[in-house]
Ligand binder design. Sequence first.
Ligand SMILES: [Zn+2]
Length: 62
Amino acid sequence: MLTEASYVCAHCGEEIVVSVDLSAGSMQEYVEDCPVCCRPHLIRVRVGAGGQVELESEAESE
Ligand SMILES: [Zn+2]
């Protein structure tokens, strides 16, 4: 089950929309490169009981 959520890139400030796989669990953490500035962030996904998705991003230094 996929849903869309967005986060703001900690490096360039762009809003990035990503697909979140809800079946992967209610707490997810992964590193993804920003499609705009290509710098990596740590993305944290939290899925609430009602299926609402919260995304947090943190800059990953290389
Ligand atoms: Zn960026």
